[in-house]
Ligand binder design. Structure first.
Ligand code: SF4
Length: 410
């Protein structure tokens, strides 16, 4: 189905449509705004009303133009327009399903894992996804990261040299201006122990015009920096979205994708295999396939755990390993991620393990006679002053890259 831009926004000029700020300003955030542009069913009207006071509504014109008005189960529609079920909390669901608030030493930092942190840059998004884990934050109230909150976050990073990896998320950090983003990234990159930065964003999916050439150059200047985006369905891979991803990759910014399994929207091997194949064509690596978190009001969108395993089983061996993501469950209450996969081990005997392969055939892997797996060369490689130690001659240290100021390169 082609996008319905001309039907949904006949008055928008090409310049407006291609301007991410215009898209952000025009976001549809009320029942009246949405129903003026899209033929809502009674159930959707009730859903918008019921969700209104609890979780924010907001859809860019671009994303709404992808929604299919003839099909209730259109995955764009169901990700963006709430249903009455959202107002119900199922047993086990929580406002803070990952227990993040207890791990916020400072308002902008969530520190759960030993060597990495999440930095909450803003509470705004270009689309408020109905399955959002952080809907308690994206529901509004936290706002953009203030300069004092940023200073506190950076001070925390300086006090915690064990943190090597900072995931900047929110909300969607690409809703910040280039100038604000550059300031934020510069502050983070100035911390000597930070080796890499990741940006979690749905902008390539829901507002691809945000990925301008200037933004791609800006992000490249902070290498190693990875963009982690969030395509859930092949329908979202439009020409605009594809161009946004390729702009990043062409500029030298690696792009990974996280998909959330959504019941009856993408919960089939056919859809996930197709999505991952198309992502790889854009040089976007399918990274995670997420089991839905137990966020309040999302029970109707969550899949049984067995569904994800069955999808992984249908992928592994049948398509390139590059198209097989990690199937992850973020354990409720802050336990962290674990990964699931089909069980291929049939038997573990002392001298050999027996497996079934992707066709269900039995194979035996003989164990080696020697068991010592220690690595003697580590003593040399990690000795002071040698290549593998932190310090002089360490090729893995964050490279110094001439800053590509968005002002000078735009
Ligand atoms: S873009 Fe991400 S943070 Fe924003 S609503 Fe969607 S899932 Fe939540």
């Amino acid at each position: 189905m082609p996008d319905r831009r001309r039907e949904v926004y006949p008055e928008a000029s090409d310049a407006q449509w291609g301007d991410w700020r215009w898209q952000a300003r025009q976001m549809l955030g009320t029942l009246d705004e949405l129903s003026a542009r899209f033929p809502l069913t009674d159930e959707e009207r009730a859903g918008v009303g019921a969700a209104d006071a609890r979780f924010r509504l907001g859809i860019t014109p671009y994303y709404l133009a992808l929604a299919d008005p003839r099909h209730f189960w259109c995955p764009i529609r169901r990700q963006a327009i709430p249903l009455p079920a959202e107002a119900r909390a199922a047993p086990g669901e929580a406002r803070d399903p990952l227990g993040e608030d207890a791990m916020r030493p400072t308002p902008a930092i969530v520190h759960r894992y030993p060597d990495r942190v999440l930095l909450l840059a803003t509470d705004r998004c270009t689309v408020y996804c109905r399955h959002c884990t952080r809907r308690r934050l994206t529901g509004g109230g936290e706002g953009e990261l203030s300069r004092s909150a940023l200073r506190a976050a950076v001070a925390y990073l300086r006090l915690h040299p064990e943190v090597r990896d900072v995931l900047v998320s929110g909300g969607d950090p690409l809703l910040l201006s280039d100038e604000r983003l550059e300031e934020l990234l510069s502050e983070i990159a100035s911390v000597p122990s930070v080796e890499m930065i990741r940006i979690g964003t749905r902008a390539p999916v829901t507002c691809p015009m945000r990925v301008t050439p200037a933004l791609a150059r800006l992000l490249r200047a902070f290498a190693p920096l990875f963009v982690v985006t969030h395509f859930n369905h092949p329908r979202e891979i439009t020409q605009e979205a594809a161009a946004a991803c390729e702009r990043l990759v062409d500029a030298g910014v690696p792009v990974e994708n996280q998909t959330v399994l959504l019941r009856r929207l993408n919960s089939s091997a056919r859809t996930i295999a197709d999505l991952n194949r198309r992502l790889l064509m854009l040089r976007v690596r399918p990274y995670y396939l997420h089991q839905g978190d137990v966020a309040e009001g999302t029970d109707h969108l969550r899949t049984p755990l067995s569904a994800g395993i069955a999808i992984l089983e249908a992928l592994r061996g049948h398509t390139t390993g590059l198209a097989v993501p990690h199937l992850a469950v973020d354990l409720p209450g802050g336990g962290g991620k674990i990964t699931l996969q089909p069980d291929y081990v049939l038997e573990k005997a002392p001298g050999a393990w027996t497996f079934r392969n992707f066709r269900g055939e039995r194979y035996v892997y003989p164990e080696p006679a020697e068991r010592d797996c220690s690595c003697p060369y580590e003593e040399v490689f990690y000795s002071p002053g040698f290549g593998g130690s932190a310090g002089q001659g360490d090729a893995t240290k964050r490279p110094v890259i001439e800053p590509a100021s968005p002002k000078s390169t735009a």
